[in-house]
Design a binder for this molecule. Structure first.
Ligand code: NAD
Length: 495
């Protein structure tokens, strides 16, 4: 039984453009049904190209005329700290919206909102540390300064898997840099982004600094990419969307930040603490129902312990509590929607057809009201199988054995992706050697999915371009301007 009851009718949200709440030009709406219950839980405008253009114009005005980019970093930080306080006061409400729209467990959703508060506070404080440079070593004649300036109007396109946390890893950093922004959240999970607008308004953020336009990527997102009034677009999403963003931005040659997919390995050496590694691997593959860009989806395990470890891991995975996200005991909720669930299960079925073996899971759970899939472990896979190569974005883990250190790293790096990797061994030297060789933007040793606003995140290879969070996460939204200043009478070129 759910401890929190489902809403009787969907919660209605409006878009936020130029400091005003609006239903948009067309009046059309999108309704989101909870993927765990089937109930309609939220409704927001289906934004049009006209709404996107209005939001871009508002952001442009707010950047060009100010005052936001011209405030001191301290003044900007004061507003951002206030927003963080307001989010904190509403954490339970935000958590419920997030859980209902995404299908993730309520306890996890509230945890993500509280984590987001911490990220907003980091970005607020870090605003004051951003600085340029001075070059006093160019000889007597000149001195040079390097100014760090906000990049301008940013388009921010976000996905459905961590709608509010991913927003927090970008939006306060963009604002700390002094930019203005048009946010385009996922059309399926826009609630918490729209709710945030009420708090931005209350905190006194000047009109036009943040605008939110809901709607389809191919309409609203495309406008942001096409517009010559937008200076930079940050896209977090699939590799396919990343490719479209690169193509679309060619017209205006704008700066792009891309945080894309992953096919992340857990490398487990025979000398690892196998109980801890099994727990970590199970957590890393099943967290957020496997819909986590940095979640581990390949288990690269030393052959001498592969059978023992696989059995231990399957034992853990069978005990993961999958079910109603509103039950506080639930560890893993529903997948995003029916089509996505079918896609995840088709990877399993195709794998079996190609000779792979299901050790545990492999199907929906007994609760067929929602899109719940059992944590699934598969062995006897071959390197060319889609199960091993493609981002499934569900709770499915493929096991690939190795014999030597070099082979482990070769398998781990045999992917177009390079987002994250987890290494499990008690030999520190081996761990550090593996850390150096593995191709990934984030590496964990004897842990997985650890995170914090201080450290930058992003991918190598086709997992993305640029970095979010940390000081790098503010610098990402700046440009450098170099100035040379002559200190002596000019030696004339024309006598
Ligand atoms: P998606 O690519 O389908 O959508 C992401 C966003 O892009 C949405 O807001 C969508 O509307 C928009 N979009 C889609 N087509 C567009 C277009 N032509 N022009 C402009 N915008 C467009 O991704 P998703 O299904 O929402 O999220 C899952 C994906 O995101 C996975 O691949 C996952 O790995 C990735 N992801 C990456 C990170 C990271 O930090 N690297 C974090 C979370 C999710």
């Amino acid at each position: 039984m759910s401890r929190i009851s489902l809403p009787k009718e969907p919660r209605r949200f409006q878009m936020y453009i130029g400091g005003e709440f609006t239903d948009g030009a067309s009046g059309d709406t999108t309704t989101r049904h909870s993927p765990a219950h089937g109930t309609a839980v939220a409704q927001w405008p289906s934004g049009s190209a006209a709404d996107a253009q209005r939001a871009i114009a508002a952001a442009r005005r707010a950047f060009d005329a100010g005052p936001w980019p011209h405030l001191s970093a301290g003044e900007r930080a004061t507003v951002l700290f206030k927003v963080a306080d307001l989010i904190e006061q509403c954490a339970a409400e935000f958590g419920l919206i997030e859980s209902l729209e995404t299908g993730k467990p309520i306890t996890q959703a509230i945890g993500e909102i509280k984590g987001a508060v911490d990220v907003w506070r980091f970005a607020a404080g870090a605003a004051r540390v951003v600085k340029g440079d001075a070059h006093n070593n160019l000889g007597d004649r000149v001195i040079a300064m390097v100014l760090r300036e906000p990049v301008g109007v940013v388009g921010l396109i976000t996905p459905w898997n961590f709608p509010f946390f991913i927003l927090a890893e970008r939006l306060p950093f963009i604002l700390a840099a002094g930019c203005t922004v048009v946010v385009k959240p996922s059309e399926a999970t826009s609630g918490t982004t729209l709710k945030l607008c009420e708090l931005l308004h209350e905190a006194g953020l000047p009109a036009g600094v943040v605008n939110v336009v809901t709607g389809r990527g191919s309409v609203v997102g495309q406008c942001l990419l096409d517009s010559d009034q937008v200076d930079m677009v940050s896209v977090t999403g699939s590799i396919a969307t990343g490719r479209k963003a690169i193509a679309a931005s060619a017209g205006s040659i704008k700066k792009l930040g891309l945080e894309l997919g992953g096919k992340n390995p857990h490398i487990v050496f025979a000398d690892a603490n196998l109980d801890e590694a099994a727990d970590g691997v199970a957590f890393g593959m099943a967290f957020n129902a496997g819909q986590c860009c940095v979640g581990g989806s390949r288990l690269v395990v030393e052959r001498s312990i592969a059978a023992e470890f696989t059995e231990k891991l399957a034992g853990k995975m069978r005990r993961i509590r999958v079910g109603d996200p509103l039950d506080e005991q639930t560890q893993v909720g529903a997948l995003f929607d029916e089509a996505h669930m079918e896609k995840v299960l088709s990877y399993v079925d195709d794998g079996v057809r190609m000779g792979a073996r299901i050790v545990c899971g492999g199907a929906r759970t007994d609760d067929q009201n929602g899109y719940f899939v059992q944590p699934t472990l598969m062995t006897d896979v071959r390197p060319e199988m889609p199960l091993v190569r493609e981002e499934i974005f569900g709770p499915v883990l493929a096991v690939v054995p190795f014999d030597t250190f070099d082979e482990a790293l070769e398998i781990a790096n045999d992917s177009v992706f390079g987002l994250s990797a987890s290494i499990w061994t008690q030999d520190l030297t081996k761990a550090l050697r593996a850390m150096r060789k593995v191709q990934a933007g984030r590496v964990w040793i004897n842990t997985t999915l650890d995170n914090g606003p201080e450290t930058p995140l992003g991918g190598v290879k086709q997992s993305g371009l640029g970095r979010e969070a940390g000081l790098a996460g503010i610098e990402e939204y700046t440009e450098l301007k170099t100035a040379h200043i002559n200190l002596h009478p000019r030696v004339h070129w024309i006598s």
